[in-house]
Write a protein that binds this ligand. Sequence first.
Ligand code: ZN
Length: 227
Amino acid sequence: MNEWIPRTELGKLVYEGKIKHIDEILDRGIRIKEPEIVDKLIPNLEVQLLNIGQAKGKFGGGRRKPFRVTQRKTEDGNKPKFSVMAVVGNRNGYIGLGFGASSETMPAREKAIREAKLNLIKIRRGCGSWQCGCGTPHSIPFKIRGRSGSVRVEFIPAPKGVGLAVHDECKILFELAGVKDVWGRSFGQTRTRINLLYATFNALKQLKETKVPESFKKFAGVVEGEV
Ligand SMILES: [Zn+2]
């Protein structure tokens, strides 16, 4: 790997160790423009590609895979375009989602991972399930909703042991966020997963943006991200 030479003021502060915690950036709503900032502040970040594509033909029929292939018309005929969605996370309250497209697979993948790091958000967890009431952060503290295009999603706190009762691709987002139990519902066109994943990510943003009274925080055992 090439050595990082920071290009932004924020990058320099992180590089020089003047900013030591990712929350110093996220809590102030500062936009991250260099993925290396995230690499440095969250060293155990995992990357996963989401299955937004589908294998075609007799044999691959319907099997999901990470590269979504579309055809672009050019003067020389049809050229394939590859789209990728990547999620990054530390399984403890931080995730990011990114999209990348290119005429080749590797640059599409790199763009998606880069964007995922730049879109990092903090995930508040807790037990908002009235049936459970254990006060530990295995689920989400309250119901959240999100939308993207025609897709709407809703996620509800679930008691311990339920697991992630959501679409397979959305599961990865919750896993990397550190949420273990949740119920989900989706409405609209979810067959192509891109909008479904964006809607899920938008819903997850609400966890941090919603104001929560201190008394409830204690009751539901609410925690934020940990590095
Ligand atoms: Zn619980």
